[in-house]
Write a protein that binds this ligand. Structure first.
Ligand code: PLP
Length: 392
């Protein structure tokens, strides 16, 4: 059997965009209301309150009208000034990339960079803060998706808070799939999107903003205003009595509303548990098959993405191609420094279901064998099923 590239695959096990929940797709088809219709304004106010509840925030989150990269760039432009000294923490491609944005707004950039299969050590952050009392902003990516590894942001956030530094967190691919919230890590700006673990299409971003971050951004004359990169302009847009800076993406907001209902209705703890179980089953299968995890330790492996080290002698692009052609299963590649070195199996939103671990392992093992290597796919499936059944 051959699945052709000009038709959609059977199963998409990527790390974003992910297949949206069917209910979300139905929500996208709701009536597109005029943004100044009172019904829409009330809907928007309630939607922001719902997002606030999901994010467990004491302030209203901002819904940025664009993919998360835009909101991360906006966060750097709004919060960071030339008077700041930024400590950027890089354990992967996204963490490293934020440093480039930070540098546009302040020449004072310090960095801790670890190998991209590792996590940031809070002790190294503590040492850096002690050695550099001038550090005023700390930035960190929670789950650096192209590595599939997770940083201890609650510990890092506690250190930043004790130092009096503002904390910027990229939690795009972790929020909604594990127990993480802006105030748990003392984030001043917490960027996350509905298109990963909440199972929406890409196009929106939620940004948690602390009271003191609002003050700092509003005091920053260089913070974008009357711009798509503006966060400041959206401060009160949640209120039905205030105008929008520009037209909201009505259809995407309709879909997001459904995603929040699904998340809160299922119960966040239950949602996190199925992400964790799917990842655990996948990791057990990878090991039993004779493949290696990319993450240096299980303890730092993400519950929303499993990264598998590419076996020696295998072309990673060919591996993904074989999985798609033979079985109709799509995985994500690495990015930047991890491209070609690993394959990513996403467990996000609708694909965070344990049975998808079995499908992913089967397709991956089959593809490796198709390329002339030998792995014990059956053992991997048995190991995954043992994990799944132990939790049943
Ligand atoms: C997906 C993602 C983003 C958004 O990036 P895109 O490549 O535009 O999808 C930002 N940060 C992290 C950690 C992500 O996983």
């Amino acid at each position: 059997m051959r699945y052709s590239n000009d038709r959609p695959p059977v199963i998409t096990l990527t790390t974003g965009p992910v297949n949206a929940y069917p209910e979300v797709l139905t929500g996208l088809g709701r009536t597109v209301l005029y943004d100044y219709d009172p019904a829409f304004q009330l809907f928007y106010e309630r939607l922001v309150e719902k997002a606030q509840k999901a994010m467990r925030l004491s302030t209203r989150p901002v819904l940025i009208q664009g993919e998360a990269v835009m909101a991360l760039e906006a966060a750097a432009a709004s919060l960071i000034t030339p008077a700041d000294t930024v400590l950027n923490l890089a354990s992967g491609v996204y963490g490293k990339g934020f440093g480039h944005w930070a540098k546009r707004h302040s020449p004072n950039l310090l960095e801790i960079e670890v190998a991209y299969n590792e996590a940031i050590d809070p002790q190294a952050v503590a040492d850096m803060l002690k050695a550099h009392p001038e550090i005023s902003v700390v930035s960190v990516c929670h789950h650096d998706t192209p590595s599939g590894t997770v940083n201890p942001i609650n510990e890092i956030g506690a250190l930043a808070a004790a130092h009096g530094a503002y904390l910027i967190v990229d939690a795009v691919s972790s929020f909604g799939g594990m127990d993480t919230h802006p105030e748990d890590c003392n984030a001043d700006i917490y960027v996350t999107g509905p298109n990963k673990c909440l199972g929406c299409p890409p196009g929106l971003t939620m940004v948690g903003v602390s009271a003191r971050a609002w003050e700092k951004m509003k005091a920053n004359a260089a913070a974008p205003r009357a711009s798509v990169l503006s966060i400041v302009d959206w401060e009160n847009a949640w209120s039905r009595d205030r105008p929008f800076p520009f037209t909201p993406s009505v259809a995407e907001l309709n879909g997001f509303d459904v995603a929040l209902d699904l998340y809160l209705g299922e119960g966040p703890e239950n949602v996190w548990e199925r992400h964790a179980l799917t990842a655990r089953a996948t990791r057990a299968g990878i090991a039993a098959m004779g493949l290696d995890l990319w993450a240096a330790r299980e303890a730092i492996a993400s519950p929303t993405t499993t990264t598998v080290r590419t076996p020696d002698g295998i072309d990673e692009a060919k591996l993904r191609q074989a999985a798609r052609e033979r079985y109709g299963v799509v995985f994500s590649a690495g990015r930047g420094a991890t491209l070609g070195k690993l394959t990513r199996i996403g467990h996000m939103g609708p694909t965070a279901q344990p049975i998808h671990a079995v499908a992913g392992l089967t397709a991956l093992g089959g593809a490796v064998n198709a390329l002339g290597h030998r792995v014990e796919t059956g053992r991997g499936i048995d190991a995954a099923m043992a994990v799944i059944d132990a939790a049943a």
